[in-house]
Design a binder for this molecule. Structure first.
Ligand code: SAH
Length: 248
């Protein structure tokens, strides 16, 4: 399967729901054998969805192997948590498809010592993947309900190097700047100016840019203070809504 066009929205199709229903509630709570089953699902996801499609960064693969994705979706959707698709997380937002999370994280080229800014916490899943690899993750979510839920799960799972704030992330997080890496997990019309300003020299910023309905993943590097931009695959994210994003 190519890496072409991946839908983050509306693609939470029920195609593999039937296959996974047998595991159903099994992925739900925290007891041992259920978690073991989730770990096996995760291993399969890594092999079939990530390795097979060219994700090679071992830090990224290890992080995805480790983070219990099922804990970031509501109980009723847990049997689909390891499927090859985004899933709804409420308030019209989605948790990204596993491949997209891995591809964006790989584009950041994390070595382990970085301070990372994430815009669009959503479920907090991508935040956890980043926190597995980076030194510190600062994440901003516009919707207070989602931010509170993400904070709760990240805390339950023991991520002490990730902080979640509610607000318009297109302004960045000036008090914590500069950032070695910035990841925007919502689609923007252009690169939000404050984010590039808050990117450290030599830093990398990954952001979906394009129309409201479809975008292209952009990698922006800061070289001698200048923007150097390259494009990656097509993608479909929910809108980045804010001062330097889309109007509501
Ligand atoms: N990374 C998330 C995916 C989130 S979907 C995950 O793994 O679950 C994109 C999120 O961006 C939504 O939750 C949406 O509310 C949020 N968002 C949109 N515009 C924003 C803004 N200006 N600042 C912060 N968050 C924003």
């Amino acid at each position: 399967m190519g890496d072409g066009f991946r839908s983050e929205r509306g693609a939470a199709a029920a195609s593999d729901a039937a296959r996974l229903t047998v595991f159903g509630r099994a992925l739900g709570t925290g007891n041992g054998w259920q978690e073991a089953r989730a770990a096996r699902e995760r291993e399969r996801m890594v092999e079939e969805q990530l390795v097979r499609r060219g994700i090679t960064d071992s830090r990224v693969l290890d992080a995805v192997r480790k983070v219990p994705r099922h804990r970031f979706v509501e109980e009723a959707l847990r049997d689909r948590a390891y499927g090859d698709h985004p899933l709804p997380i409420g308030e019209g937002q989605t948790i990204s498809q596993p491949y997209m999370v891995a591809a964006m994280t790989q584009l950041l080229r994390l070595g382990g010592t970085e301070k990372v800014l994430e815009i669009g916490t959503g479920s907090g899943y991508q935040t956890a993947v980043l926190a597995e690899i980076a030194r510190r993750v600062c994440s901003i979510e516009r919707l207070p309900g989602l931010a509170a839920q993400a904070r709760r799960v990240l805390e339950e799972l023991g991520y002490t190097n990730a902080v979640v704030r509610t607000g318009d992330g297109t302004y960045g997080w000036p008090d914590e700047a500069p950032f070695d890496r910035i990841l925007v997990t919502a689609g923007a019309p252009t690169v939000p100016g404050p984010l590039f300003q808050q990117l450290a020299e030599g830093g990398r910023l990954v952001v979906p840019i394009g129309e409201a309905q479809a975008q292209t993943l952009h990698l922006v590097e800061k070289v001698d203070g200048q923007m150097r931009t390259t494009t990656d695959c097509g993608c479909v994210f929910v809108k980045l809504v804010g001062r330097y994003g889309w109007e509501e």
